[in-house]
Design a protein around this ligand. Structure first.
Ligand code: SF4
Length: 219
């Protein structure tokens, strides 16, 4: 894992962590990101901010207003993000389950407990929980999205046929906790640029000598 980290660092640079968002914001943003790209997700989020502004003028949606709104109004606001009916329902279910809990207490809870609490929210799985823990709190969890899963499987980090859940456990076992953000971002960058789903560019890949799948393909 360290060798992979070092080679990805040499290829793409060391990623700078982005500013932390409030945990509820990160949670809803992650729901909006499902089955769409970053641009559509951001448009959907910006529209939530416009339609449900905070009275104090801060550039965040008013989550109590989103919670209380008719589902149709939320659905219409987030429509550019796709599968908006499902997402609107999910977002309101989460906000109702949270009530006035802003999740800031997760900063001080043991990591396992914080993860379990997030995963107990409606429709929240390991990846979403890991996004909140890593991006909002800088805690060492690693979201396994489709890129991380595909690249990690080809590299032999995950057992063939492993579930996403198992992949989350495995990558946490393999990576140094302080590398969580870098490993996550590095594998995503690599999955987008070189180790693409259809035609991975193995001959030019800096991980080739570490990769059973790539070595087999280039023999
Ligand atoms: S060698 Fe090929 S399959 Fe392996 S990580 Fe690189 S691009 Fe992906």
């Amino acid at each position: 894992m360290r060798a992979i980290r070092d080679r990805l660092r040499a290829a793409y640079g060391r990623p700078e962590p982005r500013p932390h968002r409030a945990p509820v914001d990160e949670l809803i943003l992650t729901v909006l990101s499902q089955n769409t790209n970053d641009r559509n997700r951001d448009v959907a989020y910006a529209r939530l901010r416009e339609r449900f502004p905070r009275r104090d003028g801060s550039p965040r949606p008013d989550w109590s207003a989103v919670r209380a709104a008719p589902e149709d109004a939320v659905e219409e606001a987030i429509r550019p993000g796709g599968i908006s009916r499902v997402k609107a329902r999910r977002i309101q279910e989460i906000l109702r389950a949270l009530g006035d809990d802003d999740l800031s207490r997760l900063a001080d809870e043991p990591l396992e407990q914080a993860r379990e609490e997030l995963c107990s929210l409606p429709g929240v799985g390991r990846k979403t929980a890991a996004c909140v823990l890593l991006f909002s709190f800088g805690r060492p969890d690693i979201p396994v999205d489709t890129h991380v899963f595909r690249v990690g499987t080809r590299l032999g980090l995950f057992r063939p046929g492993a579930s996403f859940e198992e992949a989350h456990d495995e990558i946490l076992r393999l990576a140094d906790p302080e590398d969580a953000y870098e490993v996550h971002v590095g594998l995503i960058r690599h999955g987008r640029r070189i180790c693409t789903a259809r035609n991975p560019r193995c001959p030019e890949c800096p991980l080739l000598s570490l990769c059973p799948f790539g070595r087999e393909r280039t023999r």
